[in-house]
Ligand binder design. Structure first.
Ligand code: MEV
Length: 317
């Protein structure tokens, strides 16, 4: 709730707001079941700008052409994005009429890079303002994330809000992690769309059907995350690739990889990556590869496969 809004004033929006995207370094899916995850923010992932419309009674429109998105928050409520945006604005006591919201993203949508969390966080900031308590922003984002993903762990909303590198355990405050040395990652979008809720449901199904098999795999992902964090903080970058490979194989065992993602991980390793894994929900979306030395051969190999990789540097802080 936006406790600062006087009761006699029409709800309003701030002129602009932004949010980070995210790349999950390790721990996805296991984080839904109580294990830790490490995620890095992708700064400048989405900028939203809000302008008043001439008709104060016209429903709020959210248009993000790069994501093929143009929805009205009254007429399009069947659309999950419209529903999520309406719920975030209502949660923040923001307006549902009289505004046009335009978005300029630098990340693709539905690729596992946190586009829905970036949207819901930026929207909450448009309504709550730049000085809003980050935990209030996360709570508002989660209202929208539940529309998209059912019961999300909250890692995406936390990293979209705070950026940096975070250790996240469900139900606890996110913990910023000090990275000892820069980490050069190649993010490779497979071009295959995926649905986070379906992927999370697949793991839950496997856990219910085969608890004595799937539970230790989730625990092993948690142990991989702890080892990854120790290596990140201690500057043992040579261990990270191996741990990423472990994480990928455990996720594949839980049923959330795909032949394309497996093939891209093999291809990245063959081009010199120290390790590669799916990132996010899997099934499609992206893989991440950690370069042993130069990223160029990995980028060239992926371009030759018709893909459009992105090099990001996770900075020490
Ligand atoms: C999605 O980005 C990450 C998952 O672990 C789901 C979640 O944490 O809510 C697959």
């Amino acid at each position: 709730m936006n406790a600062r809004m006087p009761a006699d004033r029409r709800p309003t929006l701030f002129a602009s707001a932004n949010a980070c995207g995210k790349v999950i370094l390790v721990g996805e899916h296991a984080v839904v079941h109580g294990q830790p995850a490490l995620a890095a923010g992708l700064a400048g992932a989405l900028e939203l700008t809000a302008t008043r419309t001439p008709d104060p009674g016209a429903p709020v429109r959210v248009a993000i052409p790069a994501w093929d998105l143009d929805v009205d928050l009254r007429g399009d409520l069947e659309h999950p994005v419209a529903q999520a945006c309406a719920e975030v604005l209502s949660h923040c006591d923001g307006p549902l009429t009289g505004w046009q919201i335009a978005g300029a993203p630098t990340i693709p949508a539905r690729a596992g890079l946190g586009s829905s969390a970036a949207l819901t966080v930026a929207l909450a900031r448009l309504a709550l303002g730049p000085d809003a308590d980050p935990e209030e922003v996360i709570a508002a984002s989660m209202v929208g994330e539940r529309v998209f993903h059912g019961e999300p762990s909250g890692v995406d909303s936390a990293v979209a809000t705070y950026g940096g590198v975070l250790r996240f355990v469900r139900g606890r405050p996110p913990e910023p992690i000090r990275v000892a040395a820069p980490l050069r990652l190649v993010i490779i979008p497979s071009g295959v769309p995926r649905n986070t809720a379906d992927q999370v449901a697949r793991v839950r199904h496997n856990l219910e059907r085969w608890p004595r098999v799937a539970r230790p795999m989730l625990d092993a992902i948690g142990a991989t995350t702890d080892a990854f964090q120790d290596a990140l903080v201690g500057g043992h970058t040579e261990r990270l690739g191996e741990l990423m490979n472990f994480a990928h194989h455990l996720l594949a065992g839980l049923g959330v990889s795909s032949p394309v993602l497996d093939e891209l991980c093999h291809r990245a390793r063959a081009a010199g990556a120290a390790g590669a894994k799916l990132t996010g929900a899997g099934g499609g979306g992206c893989i991440i590869a950690l370069a042993n030395e130069a990223t160029d051969p990995i980028v060239a190999s992926m371009r030759a496969r018709g893909l459009d990789p992105l090099v990001v540097e996770v900075q020490p802080c």
